[in-house]
Design a binder for this molecule. Sequence first.
Ligand SMILES: *Cc1c(COP(=O)(O)O)cnc(C)c1O
Length: 387
Amino acid sequence: MNRPPAQKKVALKFHRPMIGAAERRAVDGVLRSGWLTTGEQTVAFEEEFARYVGARHAVGVMSCTAALHLALVAYGVGPGDEVITTPITFSSTLNVIEHVGARPIFADVLPGPQTIDPADVKRRLTPRTKAVIAVHFAGIPARVDELLRVAGRRPILWDNAHAIETRYRGRRIGGLPGASAYSFYATKNITTGEGGMLTTDDARLADRVRVLRLHGMSRDAWKRYGESGYKHWDTLVPGYKYNMFDLQAALGRTQLRNIEPMWRRRREIVRRYDRAFARLPEIVTLQVDRRDRSAYHLYPILFRTETLRRSRDELLQEIQSRGIGVGVHFRGIHTHAYYRKKYRARGLPTADYITTRTLTIPLFPAMTDREVRRVIDVVTEVVEAAR
Ligand SMILES: *Cc1c(COP(=O)(O)O)cnc(C)c1O
């Protein structure tokens, strides 16, 4: 019997990075230069990135996690201190608090943008509260003015892993009071494979982080084998090995040149998704305040499972089995094993609601119109079948 050849099902991955000839040339240039570690490329990327996000200072590091960790160390947060943060984030936002021996305090999020609720932060302040970590979730700015008011003189660390292109009330956010941490992980809006950046308008903080990121060596120790010959260096504090190096920076500089066209493409995809899912009452999508600019990093959808015959995990399986890559951003970190057992956090109804209902569909600039259409069709069919 002649059967027709099986239709090859092309699966759509959750993310495809945009790496082209320019990126390959940039990396090749560094490989040929003979200088592979932290150097001129890193300095140039720091300057260009600071300008783009509107900050006075930028310090290149290995990851957003490293930037957050160094900021906590630089602010002197340690044992006996409390740090208030959101459970709707990646685990490293919490892990860094554990790294410095402080106690994380979870505050609930706002239902619309899923960013930390300033009123709940206020309720959870104690004399031990040393800092707040806020996340601009999915690229939507957190309630910046209210958070600054509530935090008072305590520093806020802004987790900007999703938020390179974000603007709050028309303003860029890289230089907000406190410190901002960015990620260039493989799936983020621009990527260096792995990488991160700390930005701030506070020159003293930037200097401290610069020393801490490379073994606690005296400033500019990376120049110790430079053209002007060997120089003695000193260890000022027992620092970390978190420095960004030039291969990453060269990639990052190339990606940064393309950041706005990539952002516009994601905005276009988001508008299509918004239009399509507005027709499905069982789905709730994120709303961006008209005065703000989202970086459009993720497209999470909330399934109102109380109106459906399927759980989020069943819907997730369905969508995935039809060849669409998905993610979950996020199951509240207060429900993850370590944090659940250690803190048993309560009183987070919105985070709990999100934890069991959220699912993220693909959103990246290399998506074709056909792929966008397919995601919409599959999600629509799966939801309609679960009514
Ligand atoms: C990706 C991510 C991080 C961690 O970034 P790395 O660069 O991988 O350390 C931190 N916070 C949030 C919200 C993230 O999405």
